[in-house]
Design a protein around this ligand. Sequence first.
Ligand code: CP3
Length: 351
Amino acid sequence: MTPLARRAFLAACRGEEHDTVPVWFMRQAGRSLPEYRAIRERHDFEEVVRTPELAAEVTLQPVRRYGVDAAILFSDIVTPVASLGIGLEIRPGVGPVVDEPFRRPADLARLRELEPEEDLPYVLETVRLLVAELDIPLIGFAGAPFTVASYLIEGGPSKTYDRTKALMFSDEPTWHRLMERLAGITLASLRAQVREGAAAVQLFDSWAGALTPADYERYVLPHSRHVLTELADAGVPMIHFGVGTGELLGLMADAGADVVGVDWRVPLDVARARIPEGVGTQGNLDAAAVLAPWEVVEARVRDVLHRSGGRRDHVFNLGHGVLPTTEPDVLARVVELVHREGRTDGTVGDG
Ligand code: CP3
């Protein structure tokens, strides 16, 4: 890869000039790769995360395969809170599960401040190993306070987030205190990753799309804004992503992001119009589209590129994470196609 291409990802995040549209994939490391499954046969998920050599290897696997423009640290959005000993584990095929979900004001005491050097030394060591090895930027990440809160309160994955909303609507002071603590943990984790060399960060508010704009603005935005504005000093681009957030895109930009992640439901040009100038976009190929015959994939990739309009502030990605059944060769071809046809025309759009 040429030096110019190497800087394409960071340039696009900042809306600076570059030639080729950069591309990476959320959940690019993981179960769609046979080399990941081979490692997982011998080590469970938490062991991979806690062993820097393994976590670094798994981070590098998709970089070697796909020729993507950025790597994303292998870890999980719940790794920081889990390190505080709150009884949280990640169950294969299920996701994060909490033994005793957070339901009462007294549960707040279970969340002390995060001290990354003591609580997450393996994550920081993984970042150091990767920064020494990579010639493309490393993306650090964290879960946004709302999405992490939803796991703590529901006790596991949810479709409706009813317990989370019940707490939010019935005990607003406790809700805000919980969100403040989680924002502190998120911020400490991101700052530490950047200190060790992460060149950009992504804040995953994956499940924020469950909220109305008014509720997002009142109960969530102040806390995500706190994280992003405090982190702005660190000087690295910040991407803010959620699923089903078509109605929240403007607010998510307003929280202080440099780039807003767009899921597959909103056509990219429509999303663009909802995001203020000066803030870039990331996305938004349907993750299921890559399961189709190549002609279909090709047309869908071109459609995203067309809707991005040659703007220099777009990062190509899926609309959500890589699905486990994805054929790795297809993602490699997507990267080639984006690099071949995704030209920026040097402008930041015409309005
Ligand atoms: O490649 C990458 O993107 C980097 C690693 C990464 C993982 N999780 C590894 C993982 C990242 C960035 C995440 C973020 C994450 N984790 C999110 C936000 C992204 C999104 O999808 O919206 C969320 C909501 C979680 C919580 C979580 N952790 C879920 C829902 C699951 C999946 C459960 C399952 O097995 O289907 C996990 C576990 C997890 N995190 C796996 C991986 C590779 C699978 C674990 C395994 O190998 O069994």
